[in-house]
Design a protein around this ligand. Structure first.
Ligand code: ADP
Ligand code: MG
Length: 256
């Protein structure tokens, strides 16, 4: 299923304090099965783009389209995963993965089957009866991904899912997410402020300006092994892509 932003502008607030324009006239498309990252300075409206895709906010103007239909509210095709895993502490890992299925009226036996399947996909076998506090940060993020995948969304939204992790855990988790997502064939939009991560994981990268965020560049990452960021990592071209991102984000000018 494809995802498209068509001239999307989002303002928050009105009246006396004045409106704050978070993003301005954003247009780009994520094709079915594609993995696209969005990078840009803090506060430029990246999370706002995901919230509009998940139907939490409406654009002030323009449209967000999922499978060519404007998003008008919460959408069963879209799975949203945040930096903070939001696992419920009083539920076991399996019960956490089942959580989204309960509100969708899936039977108890089916819920368990689907949750166990995603648990295995995310390499958490043996931890179904553990509680979130008993898991490492990386494992908790995998449990959160399993919960997102369990509802079988056609589009996965990831908002800086690796940013709270140490460097090694991050690399391993990027690799395991990339493989799971590639196997699922799902359309994915990743928000990150980690430029290397964007190069290692994406088919394409959208670069946003400072607030109000608008698209300043769209870069196709023409490298193999999207399903295995650890393999991409040692390719010399990765540095060239990162340098392009640096340039578009004007990082040298800002450092001067
Ligand atoms: P990013 O994820 O790129 O750091 P956000 O999308 O979170 O940026 O925020 C973009 C801008 O919109 C920020 O200035 C933020 O304060 C503002 N903003 C985000 N959500 C709201 C909201 N619900 N109400 C008012 N302002 C908001
Ligand atoms: Mg954000």
């Amino acid at each position: 299923m494809a995802l498209e932003f068509r001239s999307v502008t989002k303002q928050f607030g009105t009246g006396d304090g004045g409106a704050l324009t978070a993003v301005s006239d954003i247009s780009f498309r994520v094709d079915e099965g594609e993995f696209v990252s969005v990078v840009g300075p803090s506060g430029c409206g990246k999370s706002t783009l995901l919230s509009m895709t998940a139907g939490l906010y409406q654009p002030t103007s323009g449209e967000v389209l999922v499978s060519n239909e404007p998003v008008t509210g919460s959408n069963a095709h879209v799975g949203f995963m945040l930096q903070k895993d939001l696992l419920l502490p009083w539920r076991s890992i399996l019960q956490n993965i089942e959580f989204g299925l309960e509100s969708r009226g899936v039977s108890k036996a089916d819920r368990r089957d689907r949750a166990l399947k995603e648990l295995a996909h995310c390499h958490l076998e043996g931890f179904e009866n553990h509680y979130p506090y008993q898991l490492s940060g990386g494992m908790r993020q995998r449990a959160a991904l399993a919960r997102t995948l369990a509802i079988d969304p056609q589009i996965i939204l990831l908002d800086e899912p690796f940013s709270a992790l140490d460097a090694q855990t991050k690399l391993l988790l990027q690799n395991s997410f990339a493989r799971t997502i590639a196997e699922s064939g799902k359309t994915t939009l990743l928000i990150t402020h980690d430029l290397a991560e964007a190069v290692l994981m994406s088919d394409r990268i959208i670069v946003l300006s400072e607030r109000p965020g608008s698209v300043v560049a769209e870069i196709r990452v023409d490298l193999p092994h999207r399903e295995e960021p650890l393999k991409r990592r040692i390719m010399p071209e990765v540095g060239d892509y990162a340098a392009q991102l640096f340039k578009h984000l004007k990082l040298e000018e800002k450092a001067a």
